[in-house]
Design a protein around this ligand. Structure first.
Ligand code: XUL
Ligand code: CO
Length: 476
């Protein structure tokens, strides 16, 4: 189901069919052979929207921040430096509201229904006006979100170069990509995977796409580069050589590391785990699987993880579990901030509005000492039924305020100290001579048997779960 959805969302095909009756268009298609129209745009893209300001928790103005106060210092750092927010170009500027059962619902005034180069440039102008009005300095993109595919790889690269040159100019000195990535899942050539495709030609094509996407990310001053293995997995093991595919994935990622070093790109490489969708089984299932894969293939020092909350719940974990798994392995690099719906089983990519969830997320981020050079990318989209331009702003403001409340709450928990004290006490039996020997790996079974005989039946204290939950709740 998600495969079809992604096709609709990313291709722009659906937007053409739905908008065609009302707008002068040239056909949107994967070959991108239409460059008609102009990228010029009279006036502002968001004339009704002011620059978004902090007005405090009592404000009733939906176009203001109630909790996110960029320069306010919390736990020794400005909020903007803890958060490092980013917007996702694909959802915000390529999402049409189409789903497998219905046509697009969003008809942004600047869209002409085409997938032309001129339209790509106009969209880029809208992106930077949006970022500036929202007060966010980072953005994330796939190569094919921002520029149309050409008839050949060389033509696609030339299209990308043209849009990237404009993006570089519009970024100014302050705005940078949080991360770039290569879109290796939409085009039919990637139906068996990219790095794990059974076709060597596809492996090579994907490598060429990553090479170029990494170069443009570097050129734009991007701080990270993401690998989400959308089709790196299988539909059935009956036709799949899993070992060979995983070996290929590792050689592909090693080649990406080598290329990064060759071109002098200092950004962090990030693997984004997800258990399935569009494949039945995606190889980077969750944080622990990805950590094991990196270790097995000697790639641990070269990659970190981009944890997406809705992917965490799809894999049967909480976002907090995935963040902590990444963190304790030294792999927490970035967060794709979104959430799923407890009644829906798939990747709904909603904006996070649950304050308890945001507090748990910020607990991990603060324990990690922040995310830099990573940040929070809003890999989230408006609901199909939200169709006003102002909804784009409201959704991001709400997501930013929710995480800001999480940060405030963690500051309260740290100041109060009782949760940390509860955890400290829980393990205090190891703060002893014998505990130190065990933790240093110096207590053999002989010694432990001797101690067990000497001590007799051990005392076992309460875990105080309800107390821990009470303390947590009182900070919300
Ligand atoms: C898909 C997803 C992607 C990655 C980038 O579920 O999250 O958009 O973040 O390819
Ligand atoms: Co994501």
């Amino acid at each position: 189901m998600k495969a079809i959805l992604l096709l609709l969302l990313y291709s722009g095909l659906v937007s053409f069919t739905a908008i065609a009756s009302t707008s002068p268009t040239c056909p949107a298609n994967l070959a991108g052979d239409c460059n008609g129209g102009s990228d010029g745009w009279e006036g502002e893209f968001f004339p009704e929207i002011p620059k978004i300001k902090y007005e405090g928790p009592s404000s009733k103005n939906p176009l203001s921040f109630k909790w996110y106060n960029a320069n306010e210092v919390i736990l020794g750092k400005k909020m903007k430096d803890w958060m490092r927010f980013s917007i996702a170009f694909w959802h915000t500027f390529r999402g049409t509201g189409a789903d497998p059962f219905g046509a697009p619902t969003k008809f942004w005034p600047w869209e002409d229904g085409s997938n032309s180069l001129a339209m790509a440039k106009r969209r880029m102008r809208a992106n930077f006006e949006f970022l500036k009005k929202l007060g966010v300095d980072r953005w994330c993109f796939h190569d094919r979100d921002i520029a149309p595919d050409g008839k050949t790889l060389a033509e696609s690269n030339a299209n990308l170069d043209e849009v990237v040159a404009l993006a570089k100019e519009l970024q100014g000195s302050k705005i940078r990509p949080l991360w770039g990535t290569a879109q290796l899942f939409l085009h039919p050539r990637y139906m068996h995977g990219a790095a794990t495709s059974s076709e060597v030609g596809v492996y090579a094509y994907a490598a060429a796409q990553v090479k170029k996407a990494m170069e443009v990310t570097h050129y734009l001053g991007g701080e990270n580069f993401v690998f989400w293995g959308g089709r790196e997995g299988y539909q059935t093991l009956l036709n799949t050589d899993m070992k060979r595919e995983l070996d290929h994935l590792a050689t592909f990622l090693q080649a990406a590391v080598n290329w990064k070093k060759k071109v002098g790109f200092n950004g962090t490489l990030l693997i984004e785990p997800k258990p399935q969708e569009p494949t039945k089984h995606q190889y980077d299932w969750d944080a622990a699987t990805a950590a094991g894969f990196l270790q097995k293939y000697g790639l641990s020092g070269e990659f970190k993880l981009n944890i997406e909350c809705n992917h965490a719940t799809l894999s049967g974990h909480s976002c907090h579990h995935e963040l902590e798994t990444a963190r304790i392995n030294g792999l927490l690099g970035n967060i794709d901030a979104n959430t799923g719906d407890p009644q829906i089983g798939w990747d709904t990519d909603q904006f996070l509005t649950d304050i308890g969830e945001a507090t748990l997320i910020m607990l991990s981020v603060i324990r990690n000492g922040g995310l830099a050079p990573g940040g929070f990318n809003f890999d989230a989209k408006l609901r199909r039924e939200s169709t006003d331009v102002e909804d784009i702003f409201i959704a991001h403001i709400s997501g930013m305020d929710t995480l800001a409340r999480g940060l405030h709450n963690v500051a309260k928990l740290i100041e109060d100290g009782s949760l940390a004290e509860l955890v400290r006490k829980r393990y205090q039996s190891f703060d002893t001579e014998i505990g130190a020997l065990i933790e240093a790996g110096k207590a053999d079974f002989d010694l432990l048997e001797k101690k067990a005989m000497e001590w007799g039946e051990p005392t076992v204290a309460s875990a105080k779960q309800e107390l821990a939950e009470m303390i947590f709740q009182s900070a919300l």
